[in-house]
Design a protein around this ligand. Sequence first.
Ligand code: ARG
Length: 472
Amino acid sequence: MSKLWGGRFTKPTDKLVEEFTASIPFDQKLAVEDIYGSLAHVKMLGACGIIPVEDAEQIGAGLRELLAEVKAGQLQFSIQNEDVHMNIEQHLLERIGPVGGKLHTGRSRNDQVALDMHMYLRRETVHIVGLLADLLAVLLAQGDQYLHVIIPGYTHLQRAQPVLLSHHLLAYVGMFSRDAERFQDSLKRIDLLPLGAGALAGTTFPIDRQMVADELGFSRIYENSMDAVSDRDFILEFLAASSILMMHLSRFCEELVLWSSTEFGFVELDDAYSTGSSIMPQKKNPDVAELIRGKTGRVYGDLIGLLTVLKSLPLAYNKDLQEDKEGMFDTVTTVKGSLALFTGMIETLQVKEDNIKRAVSHDFSNATDLADYLVRKGLPFRQAHEVIGKLVLTCIERGIYLADLSLAEYREHSTLFGEDLFEFLDLRHVVDARDVLGGTATVQVRQALDRALERLPQLQAWVEQQLQRLPI
Ligand code: ARG
């Protein structure tokens, strides 16, 4: 079969070259976007009198037939036609004859492929924000349910100060909310029409780019044709936002792996979100959490891969740019899968309150509060720190905790101690004393949950609006 670009060639393409340069094995994922783009383009060609309206209509009808077949998974693609754009054009020609050859007037595959990528990523970005909204809803529901639970808070993975479990969950609400914002913001730069740039310099035909933009729901149009065909910043931003999101997921996953171990015993993952061992009958493994943690690496790889492809590329289109697709597809699949599974895992998580209570009442995480107690009685903080440090050491030597010492023993270290010190050791007191904006006191956490719950419908409404606005 001769190539769509075969005119100036005297020999067929080497088989290996054909295989090596083809993108159809992976870019067929863009078939729907490609056809929608062509439908808008051909409508504009007819409306602007660049091709006869009857021809535009005939091409439109042919494209719609192809669209239905693509959606039904019936259209066959062939490697001889290199990529999704030429495969679809070839099908069109076979179906409606030479008039189909008018579709590519005033257009190049360079602006065509950029258009497909913009349309694809625009929708996927909205879907990902939707999945983030689902996750936030689940985190807030768990935060609400477990507001009374105090867990150890850590620094250096050593017990530091107790915090509410809900406070810990809200830290992730902060991270995932920023992730959602990042994706929402990046949409501004995805929502940009490259079509009309031609191969690189624009086109000699009197096209109407605004009409195509309106037809395809683009808010803005690239103002420079060379930028339009060579820009992949919008994919980089997507991969960067995805990398940060996966990093957040991986941190939470790491905590779930730790928390579900016998050593911690703070949570139990639902059976539906765990797997067993083929040899050790007792095992229940946190595979999903581990795999999300692991998949973070491939998303970073996709980001670094594309950054490297783009480095030093001269303007405008270069075939290197074909390498932009697989990493992007891979990241979309990985991020969507990870978010959906992670949300299910959090939703079904069992919190083992007894174990947590036992853990948190057998440590020195109330030591800071005892130092603060002495400060309130007038001792400079550094001296107070020293006194409590000594008391902790005494306890460690005797195998007891701060609450087990008597007032008399306390007073041997400082006469500032009074009977009221024991209140300050109480965990609920320790937690609720951190009554500052952003602190772990129950009232603060309740307010933080309420603020986040109040913001959530805005995010959900944004997703709905975008889905309604986008033609595909
Ligand atoms: N398959 C190509 C890509 O993904 C489409 C653009 C090809 N343009 C070209 N001049 N070879 O980048």
